[in-house]
Structure formats: structure tokens, C-alpha cells
Design a protein around this ligand. Structure first.
Ligand SMILES: *[C@@H]1O[C@H](CO)[C@@H](O)[C@H](O)[C@H]1NC(C)=O
Ligand SMILES: *[C@@H]1O[C@H](CO)[C@@H](O)[C@H](O)[C@H]1NC(C)=O
Ligand SMILES: *[C@@H]1O[C@H](CO)[C@@H](O)[C@H](O)[C@H]1NC(C)=O
Ligand SMILES: *[C@@H]1O[C@H](CO)[C@@H](O)[C@H](O)[C@H]1NC(C)=O
Ligand SMILES: *[C@@H]1O[C@H](CO)[C@@H](O)[C@H](O)[C@H]1NC(C)=O
Length: 608
């Protein structure tokens, strides 16, 4: 532990000189109430290392946001003129003054440029210090906290900074972030008895918007690639392997995507794709163990369907490490439990990220500190500005928290009062990502677990003003008053099938469901649209939401409007699927054929 010794000497020297860190006294920067389920144990060992991640304010973020909306609005002359990586870096750069003041502060603890890991945009500084030093820097105490599900992490519920630094540091983690990242899969039917059997000789189901006007009868019990291509009107569209189009799937929580299972899946559902595979990128100590016993249901579901739908589009699986458990005795160096930022660090630094990326993991929004949610959301905005479309599962608890124990589905607020409230999820609640809800059966109805509702952190963005206002008018006065924030960013934006998906896992076929199935499915069709655009010499779609709501308002046949079903939770029946946008299925499920005509025709924007 050479760093400690060096620090002590230098701290002493600094105090003797001018003690800049005491130039102003400490002032509390952030205080949180720990989310339910976490219990404080003993003090964290002072000599364990902790990597502090310091966010400097992104001075011109409002300008970046303005560019983002211009290049994502199909009616703006700049539609599709995405920013370059360097343009984004310039827009998020902090003021020099912030950089200098933070450097000066770190210097008083013996921490200099050679100890820092600075992001290319210079808006983040990472620096590893012993916990005892972090406690001094932040005038706090770190404890080990354990969760009822067995995870343990090192956190604090409050931290301070010298007052003169408050305008120059937006946040520091790990401090107050008690993440309980979950995969969004709810149902699992591996026992053959519970599978839904549709008579083998049943006639095709008439669906006027489907390819050829009908869908195979078996699709009402088992969803396959063929079912999705039929239902969403994409049969016969052949993607190009060489258009420059790519698709990506993120993986967290040691969820491994198994190659052998993928081949079984392809043999069963996408024979042309047998022998093809995907690239795996390892981030922050992520792995992808290929033992069949280690195959992850979430990772297999996401990769099999996204890559099956888009074959032969080049495909990438991002395996990001850094999830619990933190084991203090082992001094796990990769633990951060804030995996989105690890992934964002990587992908924002990638000169050529996939144009479409899907994620099926999320947290309850109220368990994520507001400062952290806003900063991560700003990272998603940067990707959108560069032309990347991001889909996220909207959640599997309806309007509630999805607690598997119905007795505890009480949707407690985390503000100290324990009042009942609906529980939206983050990242889907970030306006710069596309939240995907779920449907089931054919004809399609909303699936009851489809996550939907209203953010308590992000206000309603202009792109959904008209659609959401129309929906709110359908509610009887006073409906669910106090349970949701009618002025919040509303989710989901769109939907797709979300249950009875046939996947291969650990060598066996089974049925699985969750909005985890819907997000990679919707992403698959977006990727096919990007393929069509690139081949027409048009830029990729990028940040989707302004386009999706414009289609919902002006070209409603681009979506299959879902008007039956609701999403119960928190002891309520939840919201109803209605005509037009609703907080169960958003604008509806995709009609690829119509969308393709729109994004290469009426809503194409200018060629590049
Ligand atoms: C599909 O299954 C659902 C649920 O069993 C049923 O309500 C619906 O009528 C079925 N669709 C057809 C076309 O039979
Ligand atoms: C797609 O490829 C298949 C098989 O090669 C071919 O039969 C079909 O006509 C192609 N579709 C289009 C629209 O080109
Ligand atoms: C992969 O998982 C298997 C089974 O759990 C284990 O025996 C093996 O050591 C793991 N391989 C690696 C490289 O971690
Ligand atoms: C809220 O719930 C927590 C966890 O059960 C409990 O410790 C706390 O006392 C409750 N607070 C109030 C105001 O009821
Ligand atoms: C949903 O629709 C049912 C049946 O029309 C109605 O009774 C109920 O009040 C609606 N719920 C909401 C939240 O609008």
C-alpha cells in the first residue's frame, strides 16, 4: 500500500503550507435514505481501496441537448446530421476553472495527474484511494451494507465537500448509490407441462397488419423469430452483412451469452444463421464463461432474439463486470456496483459504436440518487447525439415494484414516509432512451407485467407532450392522485411481444418472458430499419423518441395500437391500454413494413 504512505506525507506537507482544502469548510453535498432491504453493518476497512469517480459539471450540456433534439427531429433540417465523437467531447468538457480547482483539491491529498484516470471529455476523474483517505476527503464514514438478497457493498448515506467545490463537482460515487440492478425477466417455463399447446392443425390467425395478413397459429403459444417477423410485417426483408450496420446487446450481473445455445437456437429458428456468431467485448472485468452450466437466461434471451432477428448484421455482446457482491475481506478491486457508468465509459470512447444497442437491466428509479441518474442519462444523450439508438426494457412490475412476494407489493416511497407510490424504473425513465413495454398473445394485448408510469426525476419531454396529455384526459379526475407524477417523463415509448419466447438455455429449450424479451425484439426491428437507411445512403436513426412520437401522431399505421389490457401493481389495477399512447404499451408494437417506408421515404430527412 505505497499510496497510503505517500498520501500521509503529502497531506501533512499541504497542511503545513497553505491547506487549500480548508480554504472553505465542508458542506454536505448529498444525503440519502438507504433504499429498503439494505442494513448497515460495521465500518468499512480503512485500508481497502475504493475508486472514486468524480463528475465535473458538463459546461455546455444544454447546447448538446439542443443539438440532440435538432438532429433527432424528423422535421428539422439537421435531422440525421449526428455529431462526431470530438464534437460531443467539446460540448461536455468542464470549465477549465473546475478542472483546476478539482486538481488542486486532489493535490492536497497527494493525488496528481499520474494517479488519475481522466475520461476523454475530461468530465470524469477516477482515482483510487484507501477508504480512510476517501473518508477524509468527503468528511464521511463508509460502512459495509448488506441486502436481504445477500449482496454486500461499501457505501455512505451522506458526504460533504469543501463549499468552494460544490459548483465544480456534480457528484462523487461510490458514495450514496445503493444499486440493485435486476434483469427484466419474470416468467420461466422450462417444465414441459406448463407450456401452452396450440393444436397442430389450427388455421393461421388473421392479423391484417402482419406479413401476408396472418400469423401462424403456433405463435399464440410459443414466440419464435418467424412469429415476430410475421407479426411485425418483416418477412422477406434481408439485412445486409456489409451495410456498415451493427447491433449490440449489453450484459451485466455475470450473465453469460452461450455460443452453443445460440447455435441450437439458430438451428431451431434461424437455420441460415447456423455457424454465425457474435463478438464479445469485456468491460471492467466482465467475463463470458462458455460452460453450458454458466449460460445466463437473460443474456441468452437477449442475444438469441436480437441476433436472430437481424442476421447477418454484425453483432456484439458487451459483458460488463463490477456487480455485487463486494467482499471486503478480498478487497475486490473491480467492484463498483455502478455498471452503467463503466459501460458508458467504454462505449462513449468507442469511435464506432453499434447503431442500435439494447439493455434489459434496470433499477427502481427511487433507489438511484438523482444526481447519478441525471449524469448517466446525460451519457445516453451523448450516444444519441452520435447516432446510437438505445432501447431499455420498461420493467416487469406493471406500475409497481415487481416484488415477487405479493404480500410485500406495497410500493413504499423511499423518502422516509413509506407512503404508497408507483415505482418507475431507471434507465427507462431517462428521456434519451426508448423504453419498451410488453404485449402477449395474438391478437396482441398488453401483458399485465408491462412496466409503465411516470418518472419522479425527469420532467415530461416535449416530444411526448401531445400524446401523454391526450392519455391523461382519459383518466377520471383524481385517478391515482398522489401515486404518480403526471408531469413526469412517461414510459414506455413503445412495446413488443414479451412472453412465451422459446430460447435455448444450458442445452435445453424452454419458454421465457419479461420486458427483457421486448427490448431486444424492438431493437432488432430498429436495427433492420437502420440497415435499410444505410443502404439508402441515409444516416442511422439515432435517438428515436422524437421520431417515434411523430409517427404515433401523424402516421399511426407505423405501430399496432394496443388497446386491451392493463398493468396492475401497488394494490391497484394500474393503467389501461387505450387508443393512442398509453403507459402500458406506449405507441404500440412495430409494423416494420410501414416504418421502413416512412424512414426511407416521407420521414427520411436528407441524404448525407
Ligand atoms: C390466443 O390465446 C389467447 C389466450 O389463450 C386467447 O384469448 C386468444 O383468443 C387466442 N387467439 C386466437 C386467435 O385464438
Ligand atoms: C431474401 O432472400 C431470400 C432467400 O435468398 C429470397 O428468396 C428473397 O427473395 C429475398 N427477399 C428480398 C426482398 O430480396
Ligand atoms: C467456467 O465455469 C465452469 C463451471 O462453473 C468452471 O468450472 C470454470 O472454471 C469456469 N471457467 C472460467 C475460465 O472461469
Ligand atoms: C419505513 O419503513 C422502514 C423499513 O421497514 C422502517 O424502518 C421505518 O421506520 C418506516 N418509517 C416510517 C415513517 O414508517
Ligand atoms: C380501466 O378501464 C376499466 C374498464 O373500462 C375502468 O373501469 C377503469 O376505471 C379504468 N382504469 C383507469 C385507471 O382508467
Amino acid at each position: 500500500m505505497k499510496v497510503i504512505a505517500a498520501c500521509l506525507v503529502l497531506v501533512f506537507a499541504a497542511v503545513v503550507q497553505s491547506a487549500p482544502s480548508t480554504r472553505s469548510s465542508f458542506k454536505v453535498k448529498e444525503t440519502i435514505i438507504p433504499p429498503r432491504g439494505w442494513t448497515r453493518q460495521g465500518r468499512a476497512p480503512g485500508n481497502s481501496p475504493i475508486e472514486l469517480r468524480i463528475a465535473l459539471p458538463q459546461a455546455n450540456f444544454p447546447l448538446l441537448e439542443q443539438h440532440l433534439y435538432e438532429v433527432s427531429d424528423p422535421f428539422h433540417e439537421r435531422y440525421g446530421q449526428h455529431l462526431t465523437q470530438d464534437e460531443v467531447y467539446d460540448l461536455i468538457a468542464p470549465h477549465d476553472e473546475s478542472i483546476d480547482m478539482v486538481d488542486e483539491w486532489l493535490g492536497t491529498y497527494g493525488l496528481f495527474e499520474e494517479h488519475f484516470n481522466r475520461s476523454p471529455g475530461r468530465d470524469w476523474v477516477k482515482v483510487k484511494v484507501p477508504i480512510s483517505v476517501a473518508e477524509e476527503m468527503l468528511d464521511t464514514e463508509y460502512y459495509v451494507w448488506t441486502h436481504t438478497d445477500g449482496d454486500s457493498i461499501v457505501r455512505t448515506t451522506t458526504y460533504s465537500l469543501p463549499a468552494h467545490l460544490h459548483d465544480h463537482i456534480e457528484l462523487i460515487q461510490p458514495t450514496t448509490l445503493f444499486s440493485t440492478l435486476k434483469g427484466m425477466r419474470t416468467t420461466f417455463r422450462f417444465d414441459k407441462d406448463s407450456q401452452i399447446n396450440v393444436a397442430a392443425n389450427a388455421p393461421p390467425i388473421n392479423v391484417p397488419t402482419a406479413s401476408g395478413g396472418h400469423v401462424d397459429a403456433s405463435c399464440n403459444g410459443t414466440i419464435t423469430i418467424t412469429c415476430l417477423l410475421e407479426l411485425y410485417n418483416a418477412v422477406g426483408y434481408n439485412a445486409s452483412a456489409t451495410s456498415g450496420n451493427h447491433i449490440g446487446i449489453t450484459g451485466y450481473l455475470e450473465q453469460f451469452a452461450n455460443e452453443q445455445d445460440l447455435q441450437s437456437f439458430f438451428a431451431d429458428q434461424r437455420p441460415q444463421a447456423v455457424g454465425s456468431s457474435f463478438k464479445t467485448i469485456f468491460i471492467n472485468g466482465g467475463e463470458n464463461n462458455q460452460s453450458l452450466a454458466e449460460a445466463g437466461a437473460e443474456a441468452n434471451l437477449d442475444t438469441q432474439f436480437a441476433f436472430g432477428l437481424t442476421f447477418p448484421t454484425p453483432a456484439t455482446f458487451f459483458s460488463t463486470g463490477g456487480s455485487p457482491p463486494f467482499i471486503p475481506d478480498i478487497l475486490t478491486p473491480t467492484d463498483s456496483n455502478e455498471p452503467y457508468t463503466e459501460w458508458l465509459d467504454f462505449i462513449l470512447n468507442d469511435p464506432n459504436p453499434p447503431q442500435t444497442i439494447s439493455t434489459s437491466y434496470a433499477d427502481d428509479e427511487q433507489t438511484v440518487p438523482v444526481s447519478f441518474a441525471q449524469r448517466v442519462c446525460a451519457g445516453f444523450a451523448q450516444l444519441g447525439a452520435r447516432g446510437v439508438s438505445l432501447t431499455f426494457s420498461s420493467g416487469d412490475g406493471g406500475v409497481g415494484d415487481g416484488d415477487p412476494d405479493p404480500a410485500s407489493q406495497e410500493c413504499f416511497s423511499n423518502d422516509g414516509t413509506n407512503r404508497t407510490m408507483f415505482i418507475p424504473l431507471f434507465p427507462p425513465s431517462c428521456p434519451f432512451v426508448t423504453a419498451v413495454g410488453g404485449t402477449i398473445f395474438i391478437p396482441e394485448v398488453a401483458v399485465s407485467f408491462s412496466g409503465g408510469g411516470f418518472s419522479n426525476v425527469f420532467t415530461r419531454p416535449s416530444f411526448q407532450q401531445v400524446a401523454v396529455t391526450e392519455f391523461l384526459k382519459t383518466l377520471a379526475p383524481g385517478t391515482y392522485a398522489g401515486l404518480f407524477n403526471p408531469n413526469g417523463r412517461a414510459i414506455p415509448d413503445v412495446a413488443a411481444q414479451a412472453d412465451l419466447f422459446k430460447i435455448f438455455l444450458g442445452g435445453e429449450a424452454g419458454l421465457i418472458g419479461g420486458t427483457s424479451a421486448a427490448a431486444p425484439t424492438f431493437a432488432g426491428f430498429i436495427s433492420l430499419l437502420n440497415d435499410a437507411r444505410l443502404r439508402a445512403h441515409l444516416p442511422p436513426l439515432g435517438f428515436l423518441n422524437p421520431l417515434l412520437y411523430a409517427i404515433g401522431q401523424l402516421h399511426p399505421s407505423g405501430f399496432n395500437d394496443i388497446t386491451v389490457g392493463n398493468n396492475p401493481g401497488c394494490g391497484t389495477e394500474g393503467f389501461n391500454a387505450t387508443k393512442g399512447w398509453d403507459p402500458v404499451t406506449g405507441n404500440g408494437t412495430p409494423n416494420f413494413g410501414v416504418l421502413k417506408e416512412l424512414v426511407t421515404g416521407a420521414l427520411a430527412g436528407a441524404a448525407r
